[in-house]
Design a binder for this molecule. Structure first.
Ligand code: FAD
Length: 468
């Protein structure tokens, strides 16, 4: 199945033959049926089996393990959640601290599993550098963000400001204004994690069926073209592919993110740039950029993509010239020496955005449906939390995981907030993104008048307000 190698640099380098597992051709009766073999589905199976080895679990995957975002992402394994500040706002100071500790501990939990199960995915916990790197307004907004974190009870041990000189000890960029350093972030080779997890859960007795798209699902059962599955629990774990399983598409918008990777760069170039500890880095505009130095010394760099009308999935990720050039421009601003470097891989993927722009973990004992999603481009770590949480919820365990504000207890799918119908979604999403791009263009030009800079930021902030 060589086509699966073209999914991403990571799948190309996975170091194992991408041979399809058997597809589902006969009816099944299981305790837990999981739809989708990405991190969410696999972590859920892993933690269920660890606690309840007797469970009969099947994972039914449309293509192959890692076909989705889990085999394509930027490899930031973060100890936090999208929108956590809003999620935790209503808690007491102690509860908030406990929740932050739980989140910050995600990379260490993953590291323990990797060691226990023998998964090698180039895990390096070097932290993340959120850089003010292109215009001075980035410093102002990062400092404001840091103040907000400290006001929530976080300290310098959780996030700290780096002056341009301090930043230079880790990363040398053309226009350093400073950075926030977050220690609780690791970088990984994403496809090796998802393929490794698939192998491990199989070893624990979970059955994986590939090339088996689920066409219908409901409480207690699901169907593919060839067979039916009856299950006490059904766990749809399809994230950016929610449209393939109505009515999930109402609650989760498919958004694309796009990445490029350079050829391996010589040590002399990395001596100039830094990133010697596996740090993740991004520049802090509203373009949402993310980068890492891969274990084989490439620069891997991504930025937000788009949203297609009616939530249509993007299936082809041969990036256009302008999509590649935008990413080259953005990393070239940080590293002028790389402006003409050879880009060997470019790809992208669909991720899921919930209407609240924050994740949810839901378990409905009445219908036997459990799901975790809405990670919004920050799911590499969050899926681990999601898998652990769903396992506890399904097994009826009362643990700190099941009492977090992102857990929806006692409700079904209708407890989730639905997206507005089209064309509102498309118009809204594009208006917001346009305001971000406009702001970025205005601020990146040092000659624009101060009033225009303020106006562009004001409009972008106003539009961002609609996201919450
Ligand atoms: C380009 C890109 C970069 C990203 N970078 C980062 C990052 O650096 N850090 C971070 O934290 N997050 C990042 N993310 C997000 C992160 O990758 C995802 O949140 C995470 O991988 C979601 O895992 P998942 O298992 O829920 O979904 P997926 O990995 O998408 O898995 C869903 C699976 O379901 C299968 N499926 C879909 N429909 C059906 C069906 N009908 N029947 C059966 N199977 C089906 C798919 O084939 C797929 O294998 C990025 C995402 C993208 C696209």
């Amino acid at each position: 199945m060589s086509a699966w190698r073209n999914i991403s640099l990571w799948m190309d380098q996975v170091g194992e033959p991408l041979v399809a597992r058997p597809s589902l051709t006969h009816d099944l009766d299981v305790d837990v049926a999981i739809i989708g073999a990405g991190y969410t589905g696999l972590w859920t199976a892993y933690y269920l089996k660890r606690q309840a080895p007797q469970l009969n679990i099947a994972i039914i995957e449309a293509q192959t393990a890692g076909f989705g975002a889990s085999g394509r992402n930027g490899g930031w394994l973060m100890g936090n959640l999208l929108g956590e500040d809003r999620l935790l706002a209503g808690l007491s100071a102690e509860q908030r601290r406990a929740s932050f500790d739980l989140l910050h501990g995600i990379p260490d939990e993953v590291a323990q599993v990797l060691a226990r199960e023998g998964i090698d995915c180039d895990y390096r916990k070097g932290g993340a550098l959120y850089c003010a790197a292109r215009y001075p307004e980035q410093e102002t907004s990062l400092r404001r963000y840091l103040d907000k974190l400290y006001a929530q009870g976080l300290t310098e041990a959780d996030y700290r400001w780096l002056s341009p000189q301090q930043l230079a000890a880790q990363l040398r960029i053309a226009k350093p204004y400073g950075a926030i350093y977050a220690p609780h972030v690791a970088t990984i080779q994403p496809a090796r994690l998802v393929r490794g997890l698939a192998r491990v859960v199989e070893g624990m007795g979970v059955t994986l069926y590939e090339n088996s798209p689920v066409t219908h699902w409901q409480s207690g059962s699901l169907r593919t073209d060839k067979a039916s599955v009856r299950a006490t629990w059904v766990v749809p774990a399809v994230e950016g592919y929610a449209n393939t399983l109505p009515p999930l598409g109402r609650y989760q918008l498919p958004v694309q993110s796009l990445i490029v990777a350079t050829e391996p760069l010589p040590n002399s170039t990395w001596d100039e740039i830094g990133l010697s500890q596996g740090q993740a880095f991004g520049e802090s505009s509203r373009q949402v950029t993310y980068g890492q130095r891969s274990a084989d010394n490439r620069l891997v760099f991504g930025a937000r993509g788009g949203y297609q009308f009616a939530g249509k999935l993007r299936h082809h990720f041969d990036l256009t010239d302008s999509e590649v050039q935008l990413r080259r421009y953005l990393f070239g601003e940080l590293f002028p020496q790389l402006k003409n470097v050879r880009i060997t891989h470019s790809w992208g993927g669909n991720l899921g955005m919930s209407r609240h722009f924050r994740p949810h973990m839901l378990c409905d004992q009445r219908t036997g449906i459990a799901l975790s999603g809405g990670y919004g481009g920050e799911g590499v770590g969050a899926t681990n939390l999601g898998g652990r949480t769903l396992a506890d919820l399904i097994l009826g365990r009362d643990t700190p995981l099941t009492h977090q504000p992102w857990v929806i207890r006692g409700g079904g799918l209708d407890a989730l907030k639905a997206w507005e119908p089209e064309p509102c979604r498309w118009l809204g999403y594009n208006a917001i993104i346009r305001s971000f791009v406009h702001e970025d263009q205005v601020l990146a030009n040092p000659n624009t008048a101060p009033w225009r800079r303020k106006l562009a930021t004001g409009v972008a902030q106003f539009m961002e307000g609609f996201m919450h």
